[in-house]
Design a protein around this ligand. Structure first.
Ligand SMILES: *Cc1c(COP(=O)(O)O)cnc(C)c1O
Length: 395
């Protein structure tokens, strides 16, 4: 059986999204900036796609900027807020220790340019609070950037409360909503969000398409210079097939959001119940306040990489940490921020479900994982030391 449970890394393009994309390759192929009829047909398609994102986020079409993905949207949001802040002499930014690297590495670049960054600690349940944000805001804070939902452990932040704190303090609020968009309700007005990033390939849209929502009257700074596309804020001929696919996927995901969650939550919870019965295992992140499709655990005495390879051999595609950190030997910065000791963080497993997964697949995972863990532990000298009492169990 082949089971794909790495949907936090990327998803399959839905049939609806594919159907929306195909005409844009050979029929509606004009350049939206061209004045002729084919160009104007493309421009109409682009406007429709913008409208879809605006409607589902409770934004206005002119507040939607298409980018090449979540990473670019994150970079442009941070850079723009930094430029606005610097003009006012405000060079302090508040974010969290478990953001995606698109945020953390962009912040590091800003630090080299003289910005000061406060990264909030991650509480034990993996949910950053509005109170933490409030206490970190200073006179010279120009931006708060807190992710909507974490990509590794799936925990969901109180975004509306954080937005309120920021609005009251007069500080710009950006949220990396790449994991939340299409999976959780988002209302940029009610949640007091000034800037928001999302990425189509995390909700069954194509790769290489992102959106930066930016509240009107907040000036964006260009990262890509060139033509006047996206109101002059993001140059380059629009990726029309990708954008149309992204819009179709987003519309579909938002329309089916409740039904998808109702399907996923029982599957998620069955996995959590089953896998936490394995001795010396622990769930990472709050059991309830998490994305409908996210399961993330640590197993003591197991190497995450070996676990993944053996799962792959059984047809199960999962992840340990995020796709970006796999391939490196460092344990996940998210699990370390959560307070897991290095040796425990190394034994992590993330299963991220989508509505395409079936109950049979969940049963297959539950039948397969415990045997692999036992096999790996039996071969492990570390496990031997834990079992003979030479080392204390940490979980
Ligand atoms: C995937 C992801 C990104 C990056 O989006 P891309 O479109 O792949 O550039 C950023 N933030 C989070 C939380 C993500 O999960």
């Amino acid at each position: 059986m082949n089971v794909y449970v790495d949907n936090a890394a990327t998803t399959a393009v839905s049939q609806t999204a594919l159907d929306a994309m195909l005409p844009c390759f050979r029929e509606i192929y004009g350049n939206p900036s061209s004045l002729h009829t084919p160009g104007q047909r493309a421009a109409e398609k682009l406007a429709e796609a913008r409208e879809v994102f605006a409607r589902n986020l409770n934004a206005e079409p002119r507040e939607i900027v298409f980018t090449s993905g979540g990473s670019e949207a994150d970079n442009q949001a941070l850079r723009s807020a930094a430029v606005i802040g610097a003009r006012k002499g405000k060079k302090h930014i508040v974010s969290t220790a478990f953001e995606h690297h698109a945020i953390l590495h962009a912040l590091q670049a800003l630090q080299k340019e003289g910005f000061e960054v406060t990264l909030l600690d991650i509480p034990e349940n993996g949910v950053v609070t509005a109170q933490q944000v409030k206490e970190a805001i200073r006179e010279d804070t120009c931006l708060v950037s807190v992710m909507f939902a974490n990509n590794e452990i799936g925990t969901v932040m109180p975004i509306a409360e954080i937005g309120e704190v920021c609005r009251e303090a007069g500080v710009l609020f950006h949220t990396d909503a790449v994991q939340a968009a299409g999976h959780l309700p988002i209302d940029v007005k009610a949640m007091h969000i000034d800037m928001l990033s999302l990425s189509a390939h995390k909700f069954h849209g194509p790769k290489g398409v992102g959106v930066l929502y930016v509240r009107k009257n907040i000036p964006l700074t260009n990262i890509i210079f060139g033509g006047a596309q996206e109101r002059g804020k993001r140059a380059g001929t629009e990726n029309l097939p990708g954008i149309c696919g992204a819009a179709a996927a987003f519309d579909e995901a938002c329309a089916n959001m409740e039904a998808n969650a109702a399907k996923l939550i029982p599957l998620r919870d069955k996995l959590i119940r089953g896998l936490t019965q394995i001795p010396h295992s622990i769930l990472n992140g709050d059991a309830v306040n998490r994305l409908p499709g996210n399961v993330n655990l640590c197993f003591e005495g197991v190497e995450g990489e070996s676990l993944l390879l053996l799962l792959d051999a059984k047809g199960i595609s999962a992840s340990s940490g995020s796709a970006c950190t796999s391939g490196s030997l460092d344990p996940s910065h998210v699990l370390l921020a959560l307070g897991r000791p290095h040796e425990v963080a190394h034994g992590s497993l993330r299963l991220s479900l989508s509505e395409y997964n079936t109950p049979e697949e969940i049963d297959y995972i539950l039948d397969t994982v415990p045997g692999i863990i036992e096999y790996l532990r039996n071969m492990s000298p570390v496990w031997d030391e834990l079992e003979t009492g030479k080392r204390p169990h940490l979980i």
